[in-house]
Design a protein around this ligand. Structure first.
Ligand SMILES: Nc1ncnc2c1ncn2[C@@H]1O[C@H](COP(=O)(O)OP(=O)(O)OP(=O)(O)O)[C@@H](O)[C@H]1O
Length: 614
C-alpha cells in the first residue's frame, strides 16, 4: 500500500475524463465474461428443450458479449497507453525539475543516488515498467476484481453462499500471497541495482561505439567478453536464484491451496448434481464461474509486472528527488520536442549576463579546507588570492587540487572550513546560480554537444555575428568556415550532414564558448587545460590574442604547459593542496624553486626533442 497510494495520486495527471473512461471500460471488461458465462449457460440449458426462440436470443447475447469484448479491447489498450504516457510525461518533468534545480554535484556523485537515477532512466527507456505503466495497470486490475466479484456472486446464486465464500476467500488468499512473493522479488531486484548498473555499463562498453577504437587496437575483446560474462553472472545468478526461491516455490504452495478450494467447490457441485438439486443452467453457470476465482490466483500479465516494477520506478524517482535535496515542486510546463531548428530563438544561456555582468573584486581563499565525500582531504588550509582584472595561472602536479579549486570557486561544492570571498563578500552568501552566471568556465573534460556549431558556442544564443566573433577570438573561425553548413553544421558525423572535429578543433570550439560567455557579460574566465590539445602554432596564436582580448578580466588558467603559463600576470604553484610559490614567470625562475624546476624539466625535454629532430 505504501507504494500504491503515490501511484494512485498520479492518476489525475492523466486527465480525469481519460481515467474515468478507462475505469468504466475496465468495469465493463470485468462484467463481460460474467455475461458470457450466463448467456452461454442459458444457451446450453435451452438445448434439451429445443426452444429455438430462446436459443436464438441466448446465442445472440453470447456472441454479442464476446464481440463487445473483442471490440473494446483496443480501446482499453489505447486508453492505458494514453494514461501511461501522460503520467510518465509528468514524471519526466519532475526529474528534469530536480536536475534543473541544481541538485548539488556532491549528491549526484553518490553511488546510491546514481543507482536510483539508473532505475528511473531504465523505466523511461522502457527496459522496465514505468510509473505510468503502474498507474494504467492499477486501473486494469479493476476488471479482474469486478470479474471475481461477479463470479462469486454467480456461485452464491446458483450453488450456495458458503461455497461462494470459500472459493472467493481462496482466490483472495492466493492473490495476496502471490503479490507478497512478487513484492519480495521486487525488493530483491531493488537490491541488485548496483550490479545492474555495472552490467549495463560493461554491456554498453562492449556494444557501443565509444570504446570501439581501443577495444580493437588494444585487443580487448577477450577481456571484455570475460568481463561481460562475469557481470552477467554477478547479476543474473542471484536474480534467477531469487526468482526460484521467491516466486516458484510459493507458487507451488499457493497453487495447491487453489486446487483444494477448487476441489471443494467441484465436490459440492457434484454432490448437488447427483442429488438432483441443480438444474442444467445452475450446473453450467457454476462449472464456469468456479474457474474464474481459481484462475484469479495466477499471474496477471497485463497488471502484475507493471504494478510491481512501475511502483518501484516511482519510488526510485521520489527517492532521487528527496536525496537530491530538491522539494517536489510543480514541474515546468511541458515543451514540444519537435521545435528544434538548428538556430532556434530559444532563451540564450548567456542572455541574462548582458545586464548582470561587470567586474568582480579580488577572489580570496581564506584557510579553505575541503575533502570529497568519502575521499581524502584535498585542502587543509588554503590561502590564495586571485587578483581582480588580472590573469592568474595555476600550476602543479597531477592531483595537486587545481580543478578542485575551480569547483569550489564555481560553488559545485562548499568548503568544509574557511571561506572564499569575492570583493570581500563571502561566496556562501551569494546565490550559487547568480554567481555561476558571472563565470565562464571550460573544464578539462568540457562537453562536446551533439548539436550544431552555433549551439556549441552560443548554447541558445542566435546572434550569428557574436558567435562568429567568439569563434574568431578562440582561433576557431577556420574550423567553422570549413564546415559545409558553417555554424548550422552538426558537429557529429553520426548525424546526417554532420561533421566530426579533431580534439584540437573541439577545444577551439569550447574556447569560443567561454569567450562568447565573456562577451555576454561573464566577469571571471576560468580555463582548465585550455590548450592541451592545440598544436604549437594554435597555442601561440591563442595566447597572443588571449591576453589582449581578456585584458581587465579576472582570468584563471590551469595548465601543465609552461608556454601557456609563463604569460600570465601572476602564477601560483600548488602542491598537496597548498600554495608553495607565487609570482610572475621571471621572479619564479629567479627564485629557482619548484616552478623553476618544473619549467626547466619541460624546457629540457623540448630541447632534447629538438636535438633528436635536428
Ligand atoms: N569527484 C571526486 N571525488 C573524490 N575525489 C576526487 C574527486 N575529484 C578529484 N578527486 C581527488 O582530489 C584530488 C585533487 O584532484 P584535482 O582534480 O583537483 O587535481 P588536479 O590538480 O586538477 O589534477 P590534474 O592535473 O591531474 O588535473 C585528487 O587526489 C583526486 O583523486
Amino acid at each position: 500500500m505504501r507504494r500504491w497510494l503515490p501511484i494512485l495520486s498520479l492518476l489525475p495527471h492523466a486527465g480525469r475524463a481519460t481515467v474515468a473512461a478507462s475505469a468504466l471500460l475496465n468495469v465493463v471488461f470485468g462484467l463481460l465474461p460474467i455475461a458470457v458465462i450466463w448467456w452461454m449457460s442459458l444457451l446450453l440449458a435451452t438445448v434439451p428443450h429445443a426452444a429455438t426462440e430462446g436459443i436464438g436470443i441466448a446465442l445472440a447475447l453470447t456472441v454479442g458479449s464476446l464481440a463487445l469484448q473483442q471490440l473494446l479491447g483496443p480501446f482499453q489498450t489505447a486508453l492505458a497507453e494514453v494514461i501511461s504516457r501522460r503520467i510518465d510525461g509528468h514524471c519526466v518533468q519532475l526529474l528534469l525539475a530536480t536536475s534543473f534545480r541544481d541538485a548539488p554535484i556532491a549528491t549526484l556523485e553518490q553511488p546510491g543516488v546514481l543507482d536510483r537515477l539508473a532505475d528511473i532512466r531504465s523505466a523511461f527507456d522502457r527496459t522496465t515498467a514505468s510509473p505510468g505503466d503502474a498507474a494504467a495497470a492499477t486501473l486494469a486490475l479493476l476488471a479482474r476484481y469486478v470479474q471475481l466479484a461477479g463470479a462469486v456472486l454467480l456461485i452464491a446464486v446458483v450453488l450456495d453462499p458458503l461455497t461462494a465464500l470459500v472459493v472467493g476467500a481462496t482466490a483472495i488468499v492466493i492473490r495476496f500471497g502471490q503479490r507478497g512473493s512478487l513484492g519480495r522479488f521486487g525488493a530483491m531486484w531493488d537490491g541488485l541495482t548496483a550490479n545492474r548498473r555495472r552490467l549495463h555499463y560493461v554491456r554498453t562498453l562492449a556494444t557501443g561505439t565509444d570504446a570501439a577504437k581501443e577495444i580493437r587496437v588494444l585487443g580487448l575483446r577477450g577481456w571484455l567478453g570475460d568481463r561481460l560474462r562475469a557481470e552477467n553472472d554477478g547479476y543474473l545468478q542471484p536474480f534467477w536464484a531469487g526468482r526460484r526461491r521467491l516466486l516458484m516455490w510459493p507458487f507451488v504452495g499457493f497453487a495447491t491451496v487453489g486446487l483444494l478450494g477448487a476441489a471443494l467447490a467441484l465436490a459440492q457441485l457434484a454432490r448437488g448434481t447427483a442429488a438432483g438439486e441443480l438444474s442444467l443452467l445452475q450446473f453450467a453457470v457454476a462449472v464456469q464461474a468456479v474457474l474464474i476465482p481459481i484462475r484469479f490466483g495466477v499471474y496477471f500479465p497485463e497488471c502484475d509486472v507493471q504494478t510491481q516494477f512501475g511502483t518501484r520506478s516511482y519510488t526510485a524517482l521520489t527517492d532521487f528527488i528527496a536525496l537530491a535535496g530538491v522539494p517536489d515542486a510543480p514541474p515546468p510546463p511541458p515543451r514540444g520536442a519537435a521545435d528544434r531548428p538548428v538556430l532556434r530563438p530559444s532563451t540564450p544561456r548567456f542572455a541574462a549576463r548582458r545586464d548582470g555582468g561587470g567586474p568582480v573584486g579580488a577572489i580570496r581563499f581564506e584557510g579553505v579546507a575541503f575533502g570529497y565525500p568519502g575521499g581524502h582531504r584535498v585542502f587543509t588550509s588554503l590561502d590564495l588570492e586571485l587578483p581582480a582584472g588580472r590573469s592568474t595561472a595555476i600550476v602543479g602536479l597531477n592531483g595537486a587540487g587545481k580543478t578542485t579549486l575551480v569547483k569550489l570557486l564555481a560553488r559545485f561544492y562548499d568548503p568544509d572550513g574557511g571561506r572564499i570571498t569575492v570583493g570581500g563578500t563571502d561566496l556562501a552568501e551569494l546565490d550559487p546560480r547568480q554567481w555561476q552566471r558571472r563565470l565562464a568556465v571550460i573544464f578539462q573534460d568540457f562537453n562536446r554537444y551533439e548539436l550544431s556549431a552555433a549551439e556549441n558556442i552560443g548554447l541558445g544564443d542566435t546572434d550569428e555575428a557574436a558567435l562568429l566573433r567568439a569563434a574568431d577570438r578562440a582561433g576557431a573561425r577556420d574550423v567553422v568556415d570549413s564546415l559545409p553548413g558553417g555554424l548550422t553544421t552538426n558537429l557529429f558525423s553520426r548525424y546526417a550532414d554532420g561533421r566530426d572535429l579533431s580534439g584540437g578543433q573541439w577545444q577551439r570550439i569550447a574556447l569560443a564558448r567561454a569567450l562568447h560567455a565573456v562577451h555576454s557579460g561573464a566577469s571571471v574566465l576560468i580555463l582548465d587545460e585550455p590548450t592541451a590539445q592545440l598544436d604549437v602554432r594554435a597555442e601561440v596564436e591563442f595566447y597572443d590574442q588571449f591576453l589582449t582580448r581578456t585584458e581587465g578580466l579576472t582570468s584563471i588558467v590551469i595548465s601543465h604547459r609552461f608556454s601557456t603559463v609563463r604569460r600570465a600576470d601572476h602564477i601560483v604553484v600548488l602542491e598537496h593542496g597548498t600554495v608553495v610559490e607565487r609570482g610572475d614567470h621571471d621572479s619564479l625562475l629567479a627564485a629557482d624553486g619548484r616552478y623553476a624546476e618544473m619549467f626547466h624539466l619541460q624546457a629540457s625535454r623540448f630541447a632534447a626533442v629538438g636535438e633528436v629532430a635536428a
